[in-house]
Ligand binder design. Structure first.
Ligand code: PAF
Length: 284
């Protein structure tokens, strides 16, 4: 497995692979790899000659009071896991390597950012889009793999690819969960033991809400009220948001129809968790 710490080293490797006619599957990450990431690698591995994984905790997507400093990092562990998973190349740049100078332009995501994490994390998706675009330009992947736990991120990136005519296919992959249903996340290590015990209720309650819809409820406000009440009664942290939206347009809905996302962000003492369910109502 090759490790590139500079853009120049990465470009050289990519040029060689491309010249050999090899296809590239790309998994962008912020490291502290877990099964969710490895699932993305597995899918990329099955579909491509070369699998590139990037590890970069992108300061641009963290707000001033967010967990940039607390974000878990362990490169040696990541390196071992990446190797075992069959990654061919790891791109592991420093912040200075990715952002050497004051940029002359800024990427601003206009659509789908006034809801969900976009509303509570202003500027977050500008930072995500900026780094992902830079990474796409460096890695030049055929396909890029993203987990649906960050369903809003997937929608924003798909829209960017469409709007800027980028030559990459975005592959959304199902959320990988612990056996008790908690979505795998690098941030889960920051839960206290008590919080970890109750956190699976986040997803369980989303499933209950889906069931309520499948059995006939169509009013988004009713389902939202149900979720808020359950989180209030059953969990010890604080709701950041609970929303029902159309997907992938991320437009607010009154009546539930078509493909929808039910999404939650929940704050515990040292960590904010997100989760969602996306599903389609097939009605005439
Ligand atoms: O999903 C993530 O880990 C990050 O948002 C990404 C896509 C690697 C960009 O920094």
């Amino acid at each position: 497995m090759i490790i590139c710490r500079t853009k120049e080293a990465l470009r050289t490797e990519i040029k060689t692979k491309k010249a050999e006619g090899k296809s590239i599957g790309f998994v962008p990450t912020m490291g502290y790899l877990h099964e969710g990431h490895l699932h993305l690698v597995e899918q990329a591995r099955a579909e491509h000659d070369v699998v590139v994984l990037s590890i970069f905790v992108n300061p641009l997507q963290f707000g001033p009071n967010e967990d940039l400093d607390r974000y878990p990092r362990d490169f040696e562990r990541d390196e071992r896991l990446a190797m075992e998973a069959g990654v061919d190349l790891v791109f592991y740049p420093t912040v200075e390597e990715m952002y050497p100078d004051e940029p002359s332009l800024a990427i601003h995501v206009k659509k789908g950012t006034d809801v969900l994490c976009g509303a509570s994390r202003p500027g977050h998706f500008d930072g995500v889009a900026t780094v992902v675009l830079k990474l796409f330009n460096l890695v030049q992947p055929d396909d890029a793999y993203f987990g649906m736990k960050d369903a809003q991120q997937v929608a924003v990136i798909m829209n960017m690819v469409r709007d800027l005519n980028l030559d990459v296919r975005i592959v959304p992959c199902e959320t990988v969960r612990e056996t008790d249903g908690l979505a795998k996340s690098s941030r889960n290590v920051n839960l206290t033991a008590e919080e970890r015990t109750e956190a699976p209720l986040l997803y369980q309650t989303l499933q209950e809400a889906k069931e309520i819809i499948l059995t006939g409820e169509r009013e988004a406000d009713m389902v939202r009220a149900y979720l808020l009440k359950q989180y209030e009664d059953r969990l010890s942290g604080n709701v950041d948001y609970v929303e029902l939206l159309s997907y992938p347009d991320l437009e607010p809905i009154k009546t539930i129809k078509g493909t929808v996302i039910i999404a939650v962000a929940y704050r515990y003492s040292a960590v904010r968790l997100i989760d969602n369910i996306v599903f389609t109502l097939n009605e005439g």
